[in-house]
Design a binder for this molecule. Sequence first.
Ligand code: URA
Length: 241
Amino acid sequence: MAKMRLDKLLAGQGTLSRREVKEMVRRGRVAVNGAVARTADLRLDPAQDQVEVDGRPLLVKEHIYLMLHKPQGVVSATEDRRQPTVLDLVPPELRRKNLFPAGRLDKDTEGFVLITDDGAFAHRILAPKNKLPKRYTAILDSPIASAVAEEFQKGVDIGGGDTTLPAQLSILENGENPRVSVIICEGMYHQIKRMFERFGHKVLYLKREQIGGLPLDPALPLGACRELTEAELKQLVGNWL
Ligand code: URA
């Protein structure tokens, strides 16, 4: 990890401002490698150097990765004047500067949203060339022909000059309101709704169930958010990235 300033490191971990961190340092509450830090602009390597606050080791993480079970009615934005955003659902102990949703779900879509402060990572998982699959379940408004699965496999012209990459459609239950599973590898605007629209179907309900190799935790209640473990992050990325 690159070297960074002590005050930037501490302020980036949670809810403390740089001014508050400076004050803690001034009061001798922060130690680096066993010695009381004299100045907040001390440069250190978060991966190597041991930082203690009030005698307790600081677990330094350069970035944070969160799984949110997004409910309907919440927008995938960092701020909105009128509507609740996915960041409003991040509990205070997990809040950090520069958090954002890595990939957007529509306001009426539920499911797995990855929230992070790691721009380079987000860029990699979203890049269509990396073809990281995202799995959704949907409920449609009318019976579906099995031939639509073959059309999805070819890639679908969804209008506006957009054609999707090959996508996988599985019909889980057919009938008046079919339940289907769809795997797509990119995230164009309203992509799944537009894909079904092309074949005359309206999506009544949509939920993102999985990103890459990592399914949404079935024990995570709607609206809840938690940090991913290292193992889960690896599972998400799989062999794609
Ligand atoms: N496709 C959509 O149409 N909406 C979403 O929220 C995600 C994928």
